[in-house]
Design a protein around this ligand. Structure first.
Ligand SMILES: C=C1C[C@]23C[C@@]1(O)CC[C@H]2[C@@]12CC[C@H](O)[C@@](C)(C(=O)O1)[C@H]2[C@@H]3C(=O)O
Ligand SMILES: O=C(O)CCC(=O)C(=O)O
Ligand SMILES: [Fe+2]
Length: 346
């Protein structure tokens, strides 16, 4: 029997979030699978990642202890977000707001130790929790970046598989670390009522690695134009391609737009490591030999420091990378001599 038209269910393409099993017996396939996920979605989940569970639970406990303090204590302990510090509802410097509290910190062990002196009644315990967590998750990020490098070398595009890892491992890397806390909410029952925890945006850095407790909220924007809820699973990590990775790969990878809803009756805690290069690193893809005048270059070369300035003068949802689009017909772009790319071409 044919169903009358108004009752037909709208067909939507089944969407499966790419999931990478790092302990897979088919390890040789991982580079290709990760590159595919970065190209198609700019997002994937990682299972069997090797980050010890006690490192994650200790970090979560320290985070929850901090957010359980009275507001005045939290403000005094961590200072206002400049951008590093404790924030409540205000995101960035340009009027963005969300239903959350957060701590934003440098991912550098020395700076973590300094900040912890005021942030916790047990500074040593707090700084150890953050430093252990950052180290373990940075190692995971490096493993992923090496697999990406391997995948791109296999395609014949690059010849140094460790180039991306080196950028976030550099002694002067500008990586940072964030804990977001979305308090529980008791909303009147309405299927459409959703409250914005952290608005739509893409992350500016190279790669973001996110962990969350078992409370839903994270959504990614799919290539075919739908918001997809990412099922929460504390045994997994979520990996996001950031704007700098999109530029480094000349648009081959896409930085995924994402947001976090905060309408759960349970509190949500998410922890993010944002892997970034040093401020003076050039974010520039390798030149493509057959196009001598950069015809195929999508973005003007820029340093991470230049990009960060634009990031902090923009609104959360802005498409900042668009400001760096390369136009060979524009005189100023045409005369620009591209700096050496950190990424070597074969
Ligand atoms: C509104 C803003 C907050 C943000 C800096 C910005 O001006 C635009 C990008 C935002 C973002 C999103 C990803 C990360 O959470 C973050 C730390 C980053 O690097 O860029 C935040 C910035 C922030 O909260 O300070
Ligand atoms: O808290 C989350 O789940 C996402 C937050 C986020 O995207 C960010 O802090 O950049
Ligand atoms: Fe983000």
């Amino acid at each position: 029997m044919t169903v009358p038209l108004p009752f037909r269910r709208k067909k939507t393409r089944a969407f499966r979030i790419p999931t990478i099993d790092l302990s897979s017996d088919h390890r040789s396939e991982l580079p290709r699978l990760i590159v595919k996920a970065c190209e198609e979605f700019g997002f994937f989940k990682v299972v069997n990642h090797g980050v010890p569970n006690h490192i994650i639970t200790t970090m979560e406990r320290e985070g929850l202890d901090f957010f359980a303090k009275p507001a005045s204590e939290k403000q005094k302990a961590a200072g206002p977000p400049t951008p590093f510090g404790y924030g409540c509802k205000n995101i960035g410097f340009n009027g963005d707001q969300g239903e959350l509290e957060y701590i934003l910190m440098e991912a550098n062990p020395l700076l973590v130790s300094q900040r912890s002196n005021t942030m916790s009644d047990h500074p040593k315990q707090f700084s150890c929790a953050v430093n252990d967590y950052v180290e373990a998750v940075r190692n995971l990020a490096c493993e992923i970046l090496d697999l990406v490098g391997e995948g791109l070398c296999e395609c014949g595009v690059y010849n140094d598989k460790s180039v991306f890892r080196k950028l976030i491992r550099d002694v002067n890397n500008d990586s940072c670390f964030r804990i977001n806390y979305y308090p529980s909410r008791h909303l009147p029952p309405s299927p459409s009522s959703h409250c914005m925890g952290f608005g739509e945006h893409s992350d500016p850095q190279i790669l973001t690695v996110l962990h969350s407790n078992d409370v839903a909220g994270l959504q990614i924007y799919s290539p075919d134009g739908f918001w997809i809820s990412v099922p929460p699973d504390p045994t997994e990590f979520c990996v996001f391609v950031g704007d700098a990775f999109q530029a480094l790969t000349n648009g081959r990878f896409v930085s995924v737009r994402h947001r976090a809803l905060a309408n759960s009756s349970r509190q949500r805690l998410s922890i993010m490591y944002f892997g970034a290069p040093p401020l003076n690193a050039w974010i520039s893809p390798p030149l493509i030999p057959e196009f001598s005048v950069d015809e195929r270059r999508l973005y003007k070369p820029f340093t991470w420091g230049e990009y960060k300035k634009v990031v902090y003068s923009s609104r959360l949802g802005d498409r900042r990378l668009d400001l760096f689009k390369w136009s060979p017909r524009k005189e100023e772009d045409h005369d620009m001599i591209p700096p050496p790319s950190p990424v070597q071409f074969n």
